[in-house]
Design a protein around this ligand. Structure first.
Ligand code: AMP
Ligand code: ZN
Length: 313
């Protein structure tokens, strides 16, 4: 085996080991599907505490709270460009819409173990890929922004088709976000404030971290070019925390400047009538929770006093 192959193998084993520990302690509950877990009370109370800590940090800005389900409008999803840029991650909902004779065909098919899913049809809903997606069309529908722009606090279960035994890479996970719409200056200033706050947040939780330039996982060869462009323009930053053992730390928060992409898509406009710019700050609640268990152990009662005080003031 080449050295990098050995390395990769060790990493996979280490991650699987962390997953096994999480399952053994009952923090995550196996569902029979990689990347899809139930969670126990201990896990939930840590996750909830992180969510509330983020809310306390952002409280002075009086963001408008919006909560959306884990499904969103397929047409919003199509407009957003997500299915073009990340077709490999998207999940769409298909349902049976037939009459009684197609029902009989369906049952026959499944009785003999044949694939029955082809007899389903697409619906007008898809799984929400990122908490902020429903926000932009919602703001746009209200009409012009006022001069202060908009700030929204959003949280949702999000789906991404990336099954993995690496516990930080889930198929369904909770994402909390602050979403800002306004002038380029307003949204860039917002992102900068959260870049600073994020490092404080991580250090108050005793979590080692680094902020780095990043890119989204655009699909295919054209996607490579898009990713490079995103990096060159500094549109995405991530806060990385070593959660899994091994080389690569995990992105636990992201800080995204979309320029006027969503503004143009939904005709979201400033008070002056110009197209708005947008930015979002996303917190991966599962990854942050897992990083606490990784760094402070599986028993929250035994976590450092300062960490407990930050989480449960
Ligand atoms: P992104 O939109 O890719 O920047 O994702 C926002 C945040 O969601 C990331 O910083 C992660 O913390 C979290 N996240 C993304 N993908 C996953 C996943 N597969 N499992 C768990 N958390 C994720
Ligand atoms: Zn977002």
């Amino acid at each position: 085996l080449e050295e990098h192959e050995l390395m990769a193998e060790t990493e996979v084993r280490a991650q699987t080991c962390f997953l096994d520990e999480l399952l053994k302690h009952g923090l995550l509950i196996d569902t029979g599907v990689d990347g899809l877990y139930g969670r126990n009370d201990t896990y939930e109370s840590a996750c909830d505490a992180i969510d509330k800590l983020i809310a306390r940090i952002g409280r002075d800005e009086h963001a408008e709270v919006m909560r959306f389900p884990a499904l969103m409008s397929r047409s919003y999803f199509e407009d957003s460009g997500y299915f073009k840029n990340f077709p490999h991650l998207a999940g769409t909902v298909h349902c049976f819409c037939g009459d009684e004779s197609s029902h009989r065909r369906l049952i026959k098919c499944s009785d003999v173990g044949e694939d029955w899913t082809g007899q389903q049809q697409s619906t007008d809903v898809v799984l929400t890929p990122a908490a902020c997606y429903p926000v932009y069309p919602t703001l746009a529908k209200r009409g012009l922004l006022d001069t202060a722009g908009a700030l929204v606090d959003v949280r949702s279960d999000c789906f991404r088709r990336e099954p993995s035994r690496e516990p930080t890479r889930m198929q369904m996970f909770r994402m909390r976000e602050y979403v800002r719409a306004g002038t380029a200056e307003q949204v860039i200033a917002f992102r900068q404030i959260w870049l600073d706050r994020a490092e404080n947040l991580a250090s108050s939780l005793g979590l080692p971290c680094a902020i780095e330039i990043a890119n989204d996982p655009f699909f295919g060869r054209i996607g490579k070019v898009q990713a490079e462009g995103q990096r060159e323009q500094g549109l995405k930053f991530e806060l990385l925390i070593p959660v899994n053992e091994g080389e690569t730390p995990t992105a636990c928060m992201s800080f995204n400047y979309h320029q006027d992409h969503f503004g143009k898509t939904w005709s979201l406009r400033l008070a002056t009538g110009e197209i708005a710019h947008t930015a979002c700050v996303a917190f991966g609640l599962e990854r942050l929770t897992l990083s606490l268990f990784r760094h402070h152990g599986f028993v929250p009662a035994e976590w450092p006093e300062a960490v407990r005080a930050a989480l449960w003031p």
